[in-house]
Design a protein around this ligand. Structure first.
Ligand SMILES: Cc1ncc(COP(=O)(O)O)c(C=O)c1O
Length: 451
């Protein structure tokens, strides 16, 4: 029961006692008590028991509308029946044959059919492994050691892609990375074609450019087609391999990813998440000539690529079931429409009651930003703060972030930090509920002087 003067924190602790108990145990096992950095929540995260469609349920019995969507993997929602059935069928037949199998071929063919640049495909076990592979392939292809990436763009957690992945961007040192390793990664702000040209022309050691094609952290600082076209032109001119990291955007923004939506064909693409229908899996797809480095060719050295769970039958079964549905285009369209509706409804709420908040985003991404000073309503295609990285992608204030998440959880919504993945199964009723919950959550934060 809520007592009127209880703080958010007190209410959160009282409402989620079983999650708290599990976290006490987890803290003795895991650093921070969690198994993924983003899942950390002060004073403890929630523990979830099951999920279905747009909902999940925690161990204290709360039903929550979920906007984590399996970290972006669940465009079709939790446990769609076709995927459950495909995985159930496969698990009875075997989870690992230590051999080639037909489903992996079918899965690869779906990638070829949907992703424009996919002349060849190689499966990995995660998105991190996919970007690791793409960059190594690019080095072999060009003979140049350095890569260029953009501030705020996340490509997994291996050494080459960590510099510039997280704000604040004036702190360039990454713990555990020797300076000579970091020096191989050149990092520049996005959306600046002149600086891009100057950097590519000025450093002939750069052999690859990797980008989140709709912008870092799924469009917190959006990138649009014009910059992608310029990037394609410049990498062709200066001889770099262009890698679109479509781990999030692949099969989400369009069945063929951002490259199909914007009509810009990269040399290589990295994929994961939706690719494997909610199970672990990743892939590199791209020009046959570049992936040929993995082939055994007389007189040529080979890029080794083992990996116990590459194209494992369970992920292949889930992946094929997911891609078959996505191929129609309907799930991407529906998720994009529902996200646009949510952004617009939230902005209506903000304009009426909380003018220093704004919602924005492209495709099925929704970002909210407190502390906004600017016009309401914002047009759907507009980016707040003129798209400036230093305003849109600052290191979040932890007290504010944790209070926002606690407040939303208390009102039945689980939001991924200040961002949300909308799926194809979020209903209009889910959106109504969410807008109401956001209003209530901000109200509680205001009472405590947090916003
Ligand atoms: C754009 C992007 N690339 C790569 C990765 C890494 O993928 P994984 O978590 O499967 O290693 C992520 C993960 O969120 C991502 O968002």
């Amino acid at each position: 029961m809520n007592r009127p003067n209880d703080s958010l924190l007190q209410r959160f602790e009282r409402e989620f006692p079983k999650s708290r108990a599990r976290h006490e145990r987890a803290r003795r096992v895991f650093p921070d008590g969690v198994t993924h950095d983003s899942r950390r929540l002060y004073p403890f995260p929630i523990y979830v028991t099951h999920a279905c469609g747009s909902r999940k349920w925690d161990t204290d019995g709360h039903e929550l509308i979920d906007y984590w969507g399996g970290h972006g993997a669940l465009l079709l929602g939790h446990s769609p029946s076709e995927i459950v059935e495909a995985v159930r069928r496969q698990i009875a037949l075997g989870t690992h044959f230590g051999a080639c199998h037909e489903l992996e071929v079918e899965w690869g063919e779906w990638v070829q059919r949907l992703i424009p640049c996919a002349e060849r495909v190689r499966f990995t076990s995660s998105g991190t492994e996919a970007t690791l592979m793409a960059l190594r392939l690019a080095r072999i292809h060009t003979g140049r050691p350095k890569i260029l990436k953009f501030l705020g763009h996340f490509h997994g957690w291996h050494d080459a892609v960590m510099p510039g992945a997280y704000a604040p961007y004036d702190q360039v040192a990454v713990p555990g990375l020797p300076p000579e390793v970091s020096a191989q990664t050149v990092v520049i702000p996005p959306n600046d074609p002149a600086l891009l040209e100057e950097t590519l022309a000025g450093d002939l050691q750069i052999g690859a450019v990797i980008i989140e094609p709709t912008g870092g952290h799924w469009g917190r600082v959006p990138i649009r087609g014009e910059f992608l076209r310029e990037l394609r032109r410049l990498t062709e001119k200066h001889g770099q391999v262009l890698i679109f990291d479509e781990v999030i955007t692949g099969f989400r923004v369009h069945p063929g990813g951002a490259q199909a939506h914007y009509g810009v064909r990269p040399d290589l693409t990295t994929l994961a998440k939706i690719l494997a229908g909610g199970l672990p899996g990743g892939a590199v797809a791209g020009r046959a000539e570049i992936l040929a480095a993995i082939e055994t060719r007389p007189g040529r050295s080979k890029m080794r690529h083992p990996g116990t769970y590459n194209a494992n039958p369970l992920s292949a079964a889930a992946g094929v079931a997911a891609l078959k549905q996505i191929a129609s285009g309907q799930p991407c369209r529906r998720a994009n429409e529902q996200a646009a509706r949510l952004r617009s409804r939230l902005n209506q709420l903000f304009a009426e009651r909380f003018p220093d908040w704004v919602a924005y985003g492209d495709f099925s991404f929704v970002h909210v930003m407190p502390g906004y000073r600017g016009p309401h309503p914002l047009g759907e295609a507009e980016v707040p703060c003129g798209g400036r990285l230093e305003e849109l992608d600052t290191a979040p204030n932890p007290a504010l972030l944790h209070a926002w998440r606690q407040a939303l959880l208390l009102h039945g919504v689980d939001w991924f930090g200040f961002g949300a993945f909308v799926s194809a199964v979020h209903s209009d009723a889910d959106l109504d509920f969410t807008v109401h919950a956001v209003g209530q959550a901000i109200e509680s934060m205001k009472i405590e002087g947090l916003v």
